[in-house]
Design a binder for this molecule. Structure first.
Ligand code: TRP
Length: 455
């Protein structure tokens, strides 16, 4: 039994929505993933490709997810069902829900690391941060309970519902994160030797761009904006008709991209000041570099603790959105209550995350022996499959669905509601061209090229 839509919750205010959606977008993806993916893909040139992906693919696509969500007032499966019930398109909604579960499973593990690092500056000052990280993440007795605590808090927030749970937290904590990042950047860029890092990060060497770099940039752009698995369909579904989707969506993309770029400014100057090889850090990067920066600051231990508190909170607002997608599916489409959905999904996801928790040295098999499509280690395989491939596939299918099946006429009409005559004429026509042609073709070419190894 589906719930009657009259009972559907809504955001309390425009600012509340923007901050909750920005809270979903801003997370470990910006601060933990963006720097190491940039480092692995050649620095400045990657950043340029990344920005192009945001502007040309992700932004037009974001409006499609928001429009579909607000129009249907449903979760991703329900939204597609409302338009094409009983067709294979419904499976796309299913892919969204599955992707949510599996991204959440390994994301929660990294969130647990961030939580553990709140205490690091106090319990292990002066210990070499690379050594500390390696032994910390390989210790199941630490990472598993930390991931568990994190999942529990996420469950409690999502249980609290849309306005009181998700929105209230996002409003206070996101601005605080920004301020603290600016403080850390100030320290990082004034370290001796920081210039080489700025050079690597901001001066693009275009010869480094190849198919792998472009796919990584596209995948990172979708991941960072929480696109390709219906999170923005779900968040859009709690929006009232008077809301201007274009302006709100634009702010979300702007905030998210700014925070990612700032995270790079925090890491690269410090990395080069410490004479480390950028490509070698991988998922460990920020956990190895930032403690070294904090160690050079007055009140460093305190700043370190506050920083990891805020990083944990940024991760929390993102985890909340991932869980919310899956929970909204069970609430809308089955007879499960919100309480039951939250506990069942949260519990299952925690269990599904255990192999990822053990894949940074906890289990040699999961760390070094499993490999798939040239990716080694269970954790990296999950991130590649769900955080990269599945998001690109989901975005491809959803853009085709909105552009060609639901139809851009209806999507434009939805976007016009609340947009005060802004989304008319040429602007709307340009958007239609991007959604119908540019997004699917570019995604498909990159995707097929990469999977078949031709680019
Ligand atoms: N965007 C978040 C981040 O950058 C992660 C995230 C939350 C996400 N919801 C998502 C990623 C949905 C993909 C899809 O940390």
């Amino acid at each position: 039994m589906a719930n009657p839509s009259a009972e559907r919750e809504q955001w309390g205010s425009r600012l509340g929505f923007i901050l909750a959606a920005a809270g979903s977008a801003i997370g470990l993806g910006n601060i933990w993933r963006f720097p190491y993916v940039t480092a692995e893909n050649g620095g400045g040139a990657f950043v340029v490709v990344y920005l192009a992906c945001i502007a040309l693919i992700c932004l037009p696509y974001l409006f499609a997810e928001l429009a579909l969500g607000r129009n249907s007032q449903k979760n991703p499966v329900g939204a597609i069902k409302a338009i094409r019930q009983g067709t294979p398109w419904v499976l796309v909604g299913g892919l969204c829900v599955l992707t949510g579960v599996f991204i959440l499973s390994y994301y929660g593990v990294v969130a647990g690391w961030a939580l553990g690092y709140i205490f690091k500056a106090f319990v292990a000052p002066g210990i070499d941060s690379t050594q500390y990280f390696t032994s910390f993440v390989a210790d199941p007795a630490r990472v598993i309970p930390l991931a568990g605590v994190f999942m529990l808090v996420t469950i409690l927030v999502v249980y609290g519902g849309v306005e009181d749970g998700i929105e209230r937290w996002a409003k206070v904590l996101m601005p605080l994160l920004l301020v603290l990042m600016l403080v850390v950047i100030f320290r990082a860029v004034t370290l001796p030797g920081a210039g080489a890092g700025l050079e690597f990060y901001l001066n693009p060497d275009f010869s480094k761009i190849d198919g792998g770099v472009i796919l990584a940039a596209l995948g990172q752009a979708f991941f960072s904006l929480s696109l390709g698995m219906g999170a923005m369909i779900t968040y859009g579904s709690y929006l009232p008709k008077r809301e201007n989707l274009l302006v709100s969506g634009g702010y979300v993309a702007l905030f998210d991209t700014s925070i990612a770029l700032l995270a790079g400014l925090m890491i690269f100057p410090a990395l080069f000041a410490m004479n480390q090889d950028p490509g070698s850090g991988g998922p460990a990067l920020i956990f190895q570099v930032l403690p070294e920066v904090f160690a050079t600051m007055p009140l460093g231990s305190f700043i370190s603790a506050v920083f990891f508190v805020l990083l944990s909170i940024a991760a929390l607002t993102s985890m909340v959105s991932l869980l919310e997608v899956v929970v909204s599916y069970f609430v809308d489409e089955t007879s499960w209550s919100r309480a039951k959905s939250v506990w069942m999904v949260g519990g299952f996801t925690f269990a599904a995350g255990l192999p990822s928790a053990l894949a940074q040295g906890g289990s040699t098999f999961l760390t070094e022996q499993v490999s798939l499509f040239g990716v080694t280690g269970f954790f990296s395989i999950m991130d590649y499959l769900w955080g990269n491939v599945s998001l690109a596939l989901g975005a491809l299918l959803i853009s085709i669905f909105v552009g060609w099946v639901w139809g851009t006429g209806r999507a434009v009409e939805e976007l016009q509601q609340g947009s005060e005559d802004f989304f008319e004429g040429p602007i709307a026509r340009v958007w239609v061209v991007f959604l119908k042609y540019v997004c699917p073709i570019v995604i498909a070419v990159i995707f097929v090229g990469k999977v078949t190894g031709t680019i």
